[in-house]
Write a protein that binds this ligand. Structure first.
Ligand code: COA
Ligand code: AMP
Length: 630
């Protein structure tokens, strides 16, 4: 069957289609039914099944003769380390860590926060939780203590598993002081922490609370897999929304297993035993779905890469990893390719390597600009597939189904809707728009298996954020269009979310942090275009009347405040002090107009603007910063 037939089959008979895909999973109790719609518009998949994710990602492969196959290849140019972990070894390590967690009281349904760098132990920690039916929540290492504290208070974990440090080019990021600071800040306190000590930074442990990763595992029995219900949360992953409070996206166990397993062949064209590499971080959804779970569920070899596309040691690192580990499908964010292209514009370094076994490059996480796609196609000589999805969905909403039938690539489009997603473009009133016209991208309910059923402890927020605007649809937060051939185009966000180097950030959250500065009367944060990172956050601050402190001092404090509160990942370095912000007569800040001015794009004067002269003041502030056509 080609793509059109598969898509049509999933649409006309979702029950039959997904029950068929479910046969690839090893169930403790097989589902009798795929979709459960009694609580519509809240939907659940495979709810009456019993299953264990870790069993499907690890144990079953050992039982089926893959014990000696590499499950994980760890390649860390920043520590000059390489390690191969077979499925049999992974089973031993994960059951041992799970045994330790169990001995310390972690049981099914308990939350466990994982705060670790890109090392295999991060995956082991995730899988150990899954083995016990505990719900993990991985927090990205580039977030500050405050962000970790917010997640501790929302997830109320019984335990936290952390690395002692992460390694960024040129500096060691000490995780332990951040962890201690977060626990101090949080109202909820975990019962205990497990610390994986890494050589560059052996952290002092807090007696009675912190336990060494290895010591805690000595003298405990390995733990078996605990079957959980199909709708049991596999994990919570926090992502940015409009406000400062991150949204805890819940991933349901059974749908996650079925959808990811299906996607490895259908989208990434990978067969069991082959090597798949997603160069991202376990702190993001790409890391959850395609560094950890997807490839392991499907019996592939996954690569845990601790490094950057450039500077570790050079722009040839990606080619080396693809060559050395015989990667068949490779997935990363466009920003990584922009970084490589900037350092090695001719792509000369690739000549030192043999990447002939690579079938395709997959890009996602942010808009893939045509220049980057064309450069990658030319230098690598393989198809480049853009695909579009979100933390909320956990797998592609739109992509090129290379394992079913590779479709012609149209540059600028992540291709077509994946089976199970009825993607539509809606106008403000929720009416479908004709082909070629721009509108809000929505997905007709129900969403397919593996997508979020709700937000952690926040069902009303879930409905308000995603379901209420267009009844009967899931609102993606992206705007775009569909052409006559059914190809989708993603143009912009419809909310205050920006995308910085593939990282999803909330300008609203940054505004909340900046507004807390004692000299700031009001502020606005916008996302301006950046050649490397796609977008960068830029802040505009108006100072309190009578404030006579130097602008530069306040700017530096504002930058530090965002870095200390949200984290270095916010990449917040651009601030202007202005007298006034442009607003509508009803007081709404004209952020979209400010973006156009900063990017030096044509814009229409908003009819409701209060005082057009303020736009000139904004432009004057932008020019010295190198924006607005400077
Ligand atoms: N722990 C601690 N700090 C981290 C971190 C981590 N895991 N990841 C990033 N940071 C820090 C960086 O060191 C940097 O700090 P600095 O301001 O002191 O320089 C800051 O956060 C911003 O990081 P980043 O946006 O990644 O910028 P960069 O300049 O370090 O690197 C790229 C730019 C393009 C090379 C890098 O973003 C990259 O490799 N991107 C790949 C895309 C990707 O993985 N996207 C994830 C979603 S698929
Ligand atoms: P995240 O939840 O961090 O994966 O971010 C999801 C958001 O990133 C989407 O809603 C889009 O705004 C953006 N995004 C992801 N993939 C793409 C893509 N291929 N093209 C354009 N935007 C994308």
């Amino acid at each position: 069957m080609g793509y059109a037939e598969v898509y049509a089959a999933a649409k006309s008979d979702p029950e039959g289609f997904w029950m068929e895909q479910a046969k690839a999973i090893d169930w403790d109790e097989a589902p009798t039914k795929a979709l459960h719609d009694a609580n519509a518009p809240l939907y659940e998949w495979f709810k009456d099944a019993k299953v264990n994710t870790c069993y499907n990602a690890v144990d079953r492969h050992v039982e089926n003769g893959r014990g000696d196959q590499a499950a994980i290849i760890y390649d860390s140019p920043v520590t000059d380390t390489k390690e191969t972990i077979t499925y049999a070894e992974l089973q031993k390590r994960v059951s041992s860590l799970a045994g330790a967690l169990k001995a310390k009281g972690v049981t099914k349904g308990d939350r466990v926060i994982i705060y670790m760098p890109m090392i295999p132990q991060a995956l082991e920690a995730m899988l150990a939780c899954a083995r016990l039916g505990a719900i993990h929540s991985v927090v990205f290492g580039g977030f500050a203590a405050n962000e970790l504290a917010v997640r501790i208070d929302d997830a109320t974990p019984k335990a936290i598993i952390a690395g002692s440090c992460g390694i960024e080019p040129g500096r060691v990021v000490q995780y332990k002081p951040l962890l201690d600071g977060a626990i101090e800040l949080a109202t909820h306190k975990p019962d205990f922490c497990v610390i994986y000590q890494r050589e560059p930074e052996i952290a002092p442990l807090t007696p009675g609370r912190d336990f060494d990763w290895h010591e805690v595992q000595s003298d405990v029995a390995p733990a078996d897999c605990v079957p959980v219900e199909g709708d049991h949360p596999a994990y919570i992953l926090y992502t940015s929304g409009t406000t400062g409070a991150p949204k805890g996206v819940v991933r349901p166990t059974a749908g996650h297993l079925v959808a990811l397993n299906w996607s490895m062949k259908a989208i990434y064209n990978i067969d069991p035993g082959e090597v798949f590499w997603a160069a991202s971080d376990v702190g993001w959804v790409v890391g959850h779905s395609y560094i950890c779970y997807g490839p392991l569920i499907a019996g592939n070899t996954t690569i845990v890469f601790e490094g950057k596309p450039v500077g570790t040691p050079d722009a040839g690192t990606f080619w080396r990893v693809i060559d050395e580990h015989k990667v068949k499908s490779f997935f990363t964010a466009p920003t990584a390719f922009r970084a490589i292209k900037r350092d090695d514009p001719e792509g000369k370094l690739i000549e030192n390597y043999d990447i002939s076994h690579l079938r395709a490059l997959y890009l996602a996480g942010e808009r893939a600009d045509p220049d980057t796609i064309e450069w990658a196609q030319r230098v690598m000589g393989v198809p480049v597939y853009d695909h579009w999805w979100q933390t909320e969905t956990g797998w592609s909403i739109a992509g090129n189904p290379a394992g079913i039938e590779p479709l012609p690539v149209k540059i600028g489009s992540p291709t077509v809707a994946m089976p199970g997603y009825d993607v539509q473009i809606l106008d403000e009133a929720g009416h479908p728009m004709p082909a070629g016209e721009l509108g809000a991208i929505a997905v007709k309910l129900p969403l397919p298996p593996g997508t979020l059923p709700t937000l952690w402890n926040a069902e009303e927020r879930f409905k308000k954020s995603y379901l209420n605007t267009f009844p009967g649809y899931y609102e993606t937060g992206d705007a775009g269009m569909i052409d006559e051939d059914g190809y989708l185009y993603i143009m912009a966000r419809t909310d205050d979310v920006i995308n910085v180097a593939g990282h999803r950030l909330s300008t609203g959250q940054m505004e909340e942090v900046i507004a807390g500065h004692p000299d700031v009367a009001e502020c606005a944060v916008i996302g301006v275009t950046d050649a490397l990172k796609g977008q960068l956050p830029m802040g505009f601050v108006c100072l309190n009347k009578g404030c006579d402190r130097a602008d530069d001092m306040i700017k530096a404090e504002v930058v530090k405040r965002v870095r200390d509160t949200i984290g270095p990942v916010a990449a917040f370095k651009l601030v202007a002090v202005v007298d006034r912000l442009p607003k509508t007569r009803s007081g709404k800040i004209l952020r979209a107009t400010m973006v156009k001015i900063a990017d030096n794009e044509e814009f229409k004067m908003p009819a409701t603007i209060d005082d057009p002269a303020i736009l000139d003041e904004i432009k004057e502030a932008l020019v010295p910063m190198g924006y607005a056509g400077a």
